[in-house]
Design a protein around this ligand. Structure first.
Ligand code: SAH
Length: 370
C-alpha cells in the first residue's frame, strides 16, 4: 500500500476531516477504490459504527490499515447540561484543550443543532457574549461536523437531528473551507442527508464570502441584520464599516437568484430603545423591499456585563405587527435553554482572551473607581 502517512505519526488522519470528494481521493491514494468512501461514510454517519473491525464490507488488510493510521475523533465532551425545556448544551473540548459549545433544541416536529464554527470570534458585535472573549482559532472540519457526529450519537440514532444552524460561536464565513466541507457532509446522502433547506449558515455579512458561498455551496442563508441604517449597524455589528448595508443586500439578492422561491432570513435582535421603534420597523420594510426575505426577531439575551436590555414583549409585538401588516413574513424567536445559558449570544466556552478586552474593561472600571 502506498502510504500517505508519515511513519512517525502513526494515527495522524482523522477521517471526520474529509468530505466525500476528499475521502475518495484518500482511498485512491492508499490503493483502494474510490467507492470505499461512501461505504465508510455510511458506516460512520448512518450506522454509528466507529470500530473499523465492524466494517464488514472492507477487506481485513484495509481494516488493519485504517486501525493503524486513522481515527474518528470528534471533540470530547466535558460538560452536559439539560434545561427544563429539554434544550441540551454540551461543552466540548478540542484536542488542544479549547472549549466550544453546541446546543440541541428539541421541538415537536424537528430537532435543531446549533453548531459553532470558531473558537471565540473576531467580530466584536456589541450585544454578543462570544465577542467578548476575542478570537482564538478556526475549527477544523472534524471539529465542526464532529459536533453533529457527537450529538447524534449521544441522542441515539432514533432521535434524528433534522436541522443544523451554524449559529453557535464564531463567524462561519470567516472559516469558509472547513465550514463548507462540514456542511457538505451534513447534506451528503451517504452521511446525514439533510436537505439544503434544513442547513442554515448565519453570517454577520462577510460580503465576498457570501458571493463565494452562492457559487460553491447551496444552503439556506441567514443574515444578522440588527440595524436598518449604517450608522447604528456600524456600532452594533462593526464589520458593517467594511461591508455596509447596500453591499450586503446586493450579496443577498445575488444569493436568492439561485431559486425562485428562495428567501434570506434576516435576524434582528431586539434591543430596548436602540433599534426597536416603529420608525425602525418602517425603515426595515423599505430597506428589504427588493430582497425576498423572512424576518426573525430575536429577544436579546443578557449576559454578564452586557450593556443592553431586551425590548418588552409589547414593543416586540408592535414591531412584528408593523412588518406583518406590510406583508413581511415575521417570526419571533422563542428563547430556549435560558436556565443553562444556552440561548443565542450566550455561548462563551472558555478560551484565553487574546484581545485582553476584559482586562481593559476592568482597568477602565478601576480608573473610574479611583
Ligand atoms: N456570526 C454569525 C453566527 C453566530 S451568532 C452571525 O453573526 O450571524 C447567531 C445569532 O445570534 C446571530 O444572529 C447573532 O446576532 C445572535 N445573537 C448574538 N448575541 C445575541 C444575544 N445576546 N441575544 C440574542 N441574539 C444574539
Amino acid at each position: 500500500m502506498n502510504s500517505v502517512i508519515a511513519p512517525d505519526k502513526p494515527k495522524s488522519i482523522n477521517l471526520l476531516d474529509f468530505d466525500r470528494k476528499s475521502l475518495e481521493a484518500f482511498f485512491v491514494e492508499i490503493g483502494e477504490k474510490a467507492f470505499r468512501a461512501t461505504q465508510l461514510m455510511k458506516w460512520i454517519y448512518q450506522e454509528g459504527v466507529d470500530d473499523f473491525d465492524e466494517m464488514t464490507n472492507f477487506s481485513k488488510s484495509l481494516r488493519t490499515y485504517l486501525k493503524e493510521h486513522c481515527t474518528l475523533s470528534p471533540p470530547e465532551v466535558v460538560v452536559e447540561q439539560v434545561a427544563t425545556d429539554g434544550t441540551c448544551k454540551w461543552v466540548l473540548q478540542t484536542a488542544c484543550g479549547n472549549r466550544i459549545e453546541t446546543v440541541f433544541i428539541p421541538e415537536e416536529s424537528r430537532g435543531t443543532l446549533c453548531v459553532s464554527s470558531q473558537i471565540g470570534c473576531a467580530l466584536a458585535c456589541t450585544f454578543c457574549s462570544t465577542a467578548q472573549q476575542g478570537f482564538n482559532r478556526n475549527l477544523s472540519t472534524s471539529e465542526i461536523v464532529g459536533q453533529l457526529y457527537f450529538a447524534q450519537k449521544r441522542l441515539g440514532l432514533e432521535n434524528r437531528i433534522t436541522n443544523v444552524v451554524m449559529m453557535g460561536m464564531g463567524e462561519p464565513l470567516l472559516n469558509f473551507d472547513n465550514v463548507v466541507r462540514a456542511m457538505r457532509l451534513m447534506m451528503d446522502d451517504f452521511a446525514y442527508g439533510l436537505s439544503k433547506r434544513r442547513v442554515t449558515i448565519s453570517t454577520s455579512g462577510i460580503v465576498p464570502a457570501m458571493y463565494r458561498l452562492t457559487q460553491e455551496c447551496d444552503v439556506s442563508v441567514a443574515v444578522s441584520l440588527h440595524a436598518v441604517n449604517d450608522q447604528l449597524r456600524d456600532e452594533l455589528v462593526p464589520i458593517n464599516k467594511k461591508y455596509p448595508l447596500k453591499e450586503l443586500l446586493e450579496a443577498c439578492r445575488d444569493n436568492v437568484k439561485l431559486a425562485p422561491r428562495r428567501r434570506i432570513t434576516f435576524e434582528y435582535v431586539m434591543l430596548a430603545g436602540i433599534n426597536d421603534s416603529v420608525e425602525d420597523a418602517r425603515a426595515m420594510i423599505k430597506l428589504l423591499k427588493t430582497v425576498p426575505s423572512k424576518i426573525n426577531l430575536i429577544p436579546f439575551n443578557p449576559f454578564p456585563n452586557s450593556r443592553y436590555e431586551c425590548s418588552s414583549a409589547e414593543v416586540i409585538d408592535r414591531f412584528r405587527a408593523v412588518l406583518h401588516n406590510a406583508g413581511m413574513v415575521t417570526t419571533i424567536r422563542r428563547t430556549r435553554g435560558e436556565d443553562i445559558d444556552a440561548a443565542c449570544g450566550q455561548l462563551v466556552g472558555r478560551v484565553a482572551d487574546k484581545t485582553r478586552r476584559h482586562l481593559k474593561l476592568a482597568m477602565k472600571g478601576s480608573e473610574r473607581a479611583a
